[in-house]
Write a protein that binds this ligand. Structure first.
Ligand code: NAD
Length: 485
């Protein structure tokens, strides 16, 4: 008997998929089967979930006072916090990320529900002063209806919270599809949802790309928020355009630069770069995977970073992801592992390996933290997202050169700048093409500020007030006050 839920969560019930199709997931620690009976939603299942969400929107939830919505959201947040570790264990089991990282993800998810609960009763409109013609205008922000989300596998709970929390705060109902690589944790939230929200308010369906496509092309879904690769993002946009022109927001890939100037605190730059490269085994969209160091300090920086990586490779920080002492687990699955190793081979052929570049141990899909230097900017390992613990380090002479190299990418998700000069920090952050930039730090998103990319890293924002506005539509009402004739 499986000790976790594998069915779909529709209308506050766990139900078998009508499709009769299932997903299979393996544990990347030892390749053991986790389950081959995870229900995968087909057309009739997606239709049922949308119908439940639509009925809830037209029914109780759509009429619920914002303060009541907020109260329920806070209650849900508390319940998530209480179960964070237990539920996180399900994601660790399927995609190998360290339990501490995944549990923190559920904590962030709870924080997102608290944050957006606080905004639920602060959705105000505007009035404009009547013109001499007697036109009085009111602008109000309204919910959209049935909203939806599709997520990647790296931090499932955060990706769910970023979408579901603002959607509910705005008064919408919601359908979510987690990644087929991490289908169990988010699904387990169904048991908590059932205790707090009316039926149909949040529905969760599992499935692969086919299920995602059904959602993106659905005529009754009014909005879709997507987190995943740029390639899939293009398809989502296409399905939306070909169906009902639903609203789309895209949180896509990144190849984020970290620019380190010679006046920076070198120890801090090394320490924060390690975090930015190795967090969640390098499987983070905002990871600082291209480091640009000013020539005069480059040898010292590379030496410091390589020492840090070697310590990680030889110590307890890498290993069994179910242990709290572990920070780096295996790569999520075989396909992802093979892609990481393929790009490592490209790095070896076109650049100079400093450290790592090999599988760690015989069992499990572990990759040693890896540094390359002297890789040309045109190399695939510099231009493509690796999504593993791999970094390329480059050197520069001038500020202008650093900015040019940092921007030489199709992505624009995040960036880091290390310098003690406030004017340089402001100058450089202004010129780097990215949606989020950290100074003397690695960028870590919080609930209260917008996160998202520019260029081919997507559009739309999650988090902060902007994240709420994505789930509201504006209506302008014009009233003629000159009704006496
Ligand atoms: P992916 O694009 O392969 O899959 C993402 C989701 O899309 C999955 O749920 C998948 O089932 C679904 N999907 C696949 N084909 C589809 C289709 N044709 N129509 C609709 N849905 C479809 O990405 P992944 O490998 O799961 O995740 C890694 C990527 O996610 C990386 O590029 C990473 O940078 C990105 N990511 C971005 C952010 C961000 O906030 N910008 C956060 C985390 C991950």
């Amino acid at each position: 008997m499986a000790s976790f839920e594998t069915r779909l969560f529709i209308n506050n019930e766990f139900v078998d998929a009508k499709s009769g199709e299932y997903l299979t997931v393996y544990n990347p620690v030892d390749d053991s089967l986790v389950s081959d009976k995870i229900s995968s939603a087909g057309e009739a299942d997606v239709d049922a979930a949308v119908a439940a969400a639509k009925a809830a929107f037209k029914g109780d939830w759509g009429k619920t006072d914002p303060t009541v919505r907020a109260k329920k959201m806070r209650q849900f947040a508390d319940m998530i916090r209480e179960k964070a570790e237990e539920i996180a264990g399900l994601d660790t089991k399927t995609m190998g990320s360290a339990i501490g990282t995944q549990a923190m993800g559920y904590g962030v998810c709870a924080d997102l529900f608290d944050y957006y609960a606080g905004l639920a009763d602060k959705i105000h409109g505007e009035t404009s002063y009547p013109t001499s013609a007697g036109k009085y205008k009111i602008t109000q922000r309204e919910p959209i209806g049935v909203c939806s989300g599709i997520g990647a596998w790296n931090v499932s709970a955060v990706l769910f919270g970023w979408k579901a929390a603002p959607a509910l705060a705005a008064g919408n109902t919601f359908l979510y599809k987690p990644s087929e690589k991490a289908p169990l944790g988010t699904l387990a939230l169904g048991a908590l949802i059932k205790e707090v929200f009316p039926p149909g308010v949040i529905n969760i369906v599992n499935g692969g790309g086919k299920t995602g496509q059904l959602m993106a092309a659905h005529m009754e879904i009014r909005q879709i928020a997507f987190t995943g690769s740029t390639a899939t993002g293009r398809k989502i946009q296409e399905h939306a355009a070909k169906s009902n022109l639903k609203r789309v927001s895209l949180e896509l890939g990144g190849k984020s630069p970290s620019v380190i100037f010679e006046d920076a605190n070198l120890n801090l730059a090394v320490e924060k770069s390690m975090e930015g490269i190795l967090a969640n085994t390098g499987q983070i969209c905002a990871m600082a995977s291209r480091v640009f160091v000013q020539e005069s300090i480059s040898d010292k920086f590379i030496e410091g970073l390589a020492d840090g990586f070697k310590k990680v490779s030889s110590g307890d920080a890498i290993g069994d992801p179910t242990l709290k002492t572990t920070h780096i687990g295996p790569i999520a699955d075989k396909k992802q592992y093979e892609r990481v190793m393929e790009l490592i081979e490209v790095g070896k052929a076109e650049g100079k390996l400093v450290t790592g570049g090999v599988r760690r141990g015989k069992d499990g899909l572990y990759v040693e933290p890896t540094i390359f230097k002297q890789t040309p900017n045109t190399s695939r390992i510099v231009q493509e997202e690796v999504f593993g613990p791999v970094v390329t380090v480059h050197t520069f002479k001038t500020e202008e050169e650093a900015i040019e190299m940092a921007n030489d990418t199709v992505f624009g998700l995040s960036a880091c700048v290390y310098t003690e000069s406030i004017s340089r920090a402001l100058r450089v952050t202004r010129q780097i093409e990215a949606g989020t930039i950290a100074v003397n730090d690695w960028y870590f998103p919080g609930p209260d500020t917008p996160f998202g990319g520019i260029k081919q890293s997507g559009y739309g924002r999650e988090g902060g007030l902007e994240g709420l506005i994505e789930y509201l539509q504006t209506k302008t009402i014009q009233i003629n006050i000159n009704t006496t004739t």
